[in-house]
Design a protein around this ligand. Structure first.
Ligand code: ATP
Ligand code: MG
Length: 343
């Protein structure tokens, strides 16, 4: 477990301000991300946790402007290195995606292209961003054998880096010939090939067994330490976040419920929802075997009532929780943020 203060003297690498993303329905809309603001500093490892449907993936996709149709970011701003990503043209965004900001998508099997061998898919990301420049004097890239050789070396290096054994052999295999863990590594290799400054990792370990999970996390940790890559790790598993991140955001119904350092959130959670998430974790060495699930179901985002969206499931609910129009986000003296009337 490591701690790193969020506020440093340098400006944030990424800043979300009031980000709001909707999916229109025939009658009304689903508000998947609701007025989300946070800052991310260079070298930081930020975790975003929350139950299924809390808006984690839509948040990451909103940053890259890859929200699936008909979803749309309807308010707020996303600034990367001080520049608004929402103001960029499609062409400018394509240059940023993969090169400056890369994403490991949630489902490896649907993200990898089944029709191409894995090595070719890694090489494609190098080619799109012209990472390996053309050889001088060669007019057409089709005849540029030297460039292809250098690219292949980079592909082998990227595969070896993520722990894919025998890269030369495995580069010629199709995704379906890879195990789940190897597919995840291949996706990670594609994301890291262009050495992005910011990596968005959406549940990169969920489908894997604990040993492979630990290996992927160790790999991301190494990339963070050696290259200074800033990482947002999305997961529903607070135990993973506790191992890996400096800071954590707890999302519920698309809203930031609590944000703090790992030590603050794990050792002294404030929001009743964060308490609930922590109670769901099994405790090693504890005699108490029972896991306490949070009662009730995740809210229907198309018909949210006023007040706190967690109120119907909260064990400390007060009448004011549903009577207040919207619960304000408070900054406490220790720097943490919490959206709850108890504080
Ligand atoms: N393609 C879509 N069409 C309509 N609504 C969508 C779509 N994708 C997401 N949503 C809505 O946005 C909400 C947030 O979805 P999101 O995928 O971000 O959840 P998540 O936190 O990543 O969940 P999980 O842990 O299951 O991946 C969902 O509850 C759903 O209501
Ligand atoms: Mg998701």
């Amino acid at each position: 477990m490591s701690d790193r203060p969020t506020a440093t003297t340098s400006p944030p690498l990424l800043e979300l301000e009031g980000l709001t993303t909707d999916f229109p329905l025939r009658h009304g809309r689903v508000r998947a991300v609701n007025d989300l603001s946070f800052q991310l500093y260079e070298g930081e490892k930020l975790g975003i946790v929350g139950e299924s449907g809390s808006g984690k993936s839509v948040t990451l996709r909103s940053i890259l402007r890859l929200v699936p149709y008909p979803g749309q970011t309807v308010a707020g701003d996303i600034r990367f290195q001080g520049q608004s990503l929402l103001a960029k043209t499609g062409r400018e965004m394509r240059k940023i995606r993969g090169k400056d900001i890369a994403m490991i998508f949630q489902d490896p099997m649907t993200t990898l292209n089944p029709a191409f061998v894995v090595g070719e898919q890694i090489r494609e990301s190098l080619r799109i961003h012209n990472i390996v420049p053309r050889s001088p004097g060669i007019v057409s890239h089709l005849f540029d054998r030297k460039r292809k050789k250098r690219e292949n070396e980079r592909v082998m290096q990227a595969m070896a880096e993520v722990g894919i054994p025998d890269p030369a052999q495995n580069a010629r295999r199709y995704p379906h010939q890879f195990s789940g863990g190897m597919q995840q590594r291949a996706l990670t290799a594609i994301a890291l090939a262009c050495e992005p400054q910011l990596l968005l990792a959406d549940e990169p370990t969920t489908a894997l067994d604990v040993t492979i999970q630990a290996q992927i996390l160790a790999l991301l940790d190494k990339i963070n330490r050696e290259r200074g890559t800033t990482i947002i790790l999305v997961t529903h598993d607070l135990a993973v976040v506790a191992e890996f991140c400096h800071n954590v955001i707890v999302l519920y119904a698309g809203q930031l419920m609590e944000k703090g350092s790992i030590a603050q959130i794990i050792e002294n959670p404030l929001h009743p929802y964060t308490h609930g998430l922590l109670r769901c974790l099994p405790k090693i060495g504890s005699r108490r075997q029972k896991i306490d699930p949070i009662p009730g179901l995740a809210p229907d985002l198309s018909s949210l009532q006023t007040g706190c969206p967690f109120a119907p499931r909260c064990d400390r609910v007060m009448p004011a929780c549903s009577q207040t129009e919207s619960i304000p986000l408070k900054t406490l003296s220790d720097g943490r943020l919490v959206r709850c009337l108890l504080f």
